[in-house]
Design a protein around this ligand. Structure first.
Ligand SMILES: [Zn+2]
Length: 275
């Protein structure tokens, strides 16, 4: 089985000193591609370093760089210059996306107006450098959709615009994102028994737009709940998703892996080649 783990925060301190063993467990579980997630400048730099150090022929690693809405209020010119610099060298640095970017009105760690402004700035950068985005949206579906629709209507979103990571929205929000070309990523919460909405939402998404992710060390799936999450557990997400969709897990693994490769522009199977 070949799995694409599309969202792992490997630079989290909870993984310190353990990356080789974590990656080897991931390989054993079937992970064949992995995208290292980032949420601010420090994490983006560390993701680039992890990819440089640990990407291998058996488990090619890629990373995203970007600024989460939580840190929007400290986003400045230096951060913008950093993004432009690394994105201009993105093939060498194995950067496959700009993210996490978006809006988070649940925590409101930055004022909403500034979150929207920084989201727009990063959408402009993603379009300029022709990279997909990794969208973080929490309790901000309407404002996120309003901004994305505006970019879509004015031709400032790529044909393959990106993924809404850890999608937890409604069927309607999912449809609207799919209409604009987005992929939807699903994580541990779909395995939780009290998640009544997940099956209906999952069934409404076209298979060619589904991605699997862990968001580790967060969102640990069943049956590992209560422990630290790690990339190997993306297999539990895949298996639960396959059960909901009544699909053979092998088939769904192949579909979601191909989806990830298409979204992130990865051309060859398990090789170093990268568009
Ligand atoms: Zn994340």
């Amino acid at each position: 089985m070949r799995l694409f783990e599309t969202h792992a925060h490997l630079s989290d301190e909870r993984f310190d000193g353990e990356i080789p063993s974590i990656l080897s467990r991931a390989s054993q579980a079937g992970v064949a591609y992995l995208t290292v997630a980032s949420a601010d400048g420090a994490e983006s730099r560390s993701s680039i370093d992890i990819v440089r150090q640990y990407s291998s022929a058996t488990l090619p690693l890629y990373c995203m760089v970007g600024y989460h809405p939580h840190v929007a209020s400290s986003f400045g010119e230096e951060d913008e210059a950093f993004l432009r610099d690394v994105l201009s060298r993105r093939k060498d640095l194995r950067i496959c996306a700009l993210g996490e970017i978006g809006l988070d009105y649940f925590y409101d760690n930055s004022p909403r107006e500034i979150q929207r402004e920084v989201f727009r700035k990063q959408l402009d950068i993603a379009f300029a450098y022709d990279v997909p985005i990794v969208l973080h949206e929490r309790d901000a579906a309407q404002d996120s959709l309003t901004i994305l629709r505006e970019y879509y209507a004015s031709g400032r979103l790529r044909g393959v615009p990106g993924v809404c990571h850890c999608f937890s929205g409604s069927v309607e929000t999912g449809r609207e994102l799919v209409r604009m070309g987005f992929y939807l990523g699903f994580d541990g919460p779909i395995t939780f028994k009290n998640n009544k909405r997940a099956p209906e939402v999952l069934l409404s998404v076209p298979k060619e737009r589904l991605l699997i992710e862990t968001d580790c060390p967060y969102l640990t799936p069943e049956p590992h709940r209560g422990q630290r999450n790690e990339p190997a557990y993306v297999r539990n997400v895949l298996e639960k998703m396959a059960a909901i969709l009544s699909l053979d897990p092998e088939v769904l693994a192949e579909v979601t892996t191909e989806n990830g490769k298409r979204l992130f522009g990865i051309e060859e199977s398990s090789s170093e080649s990268f568009a």
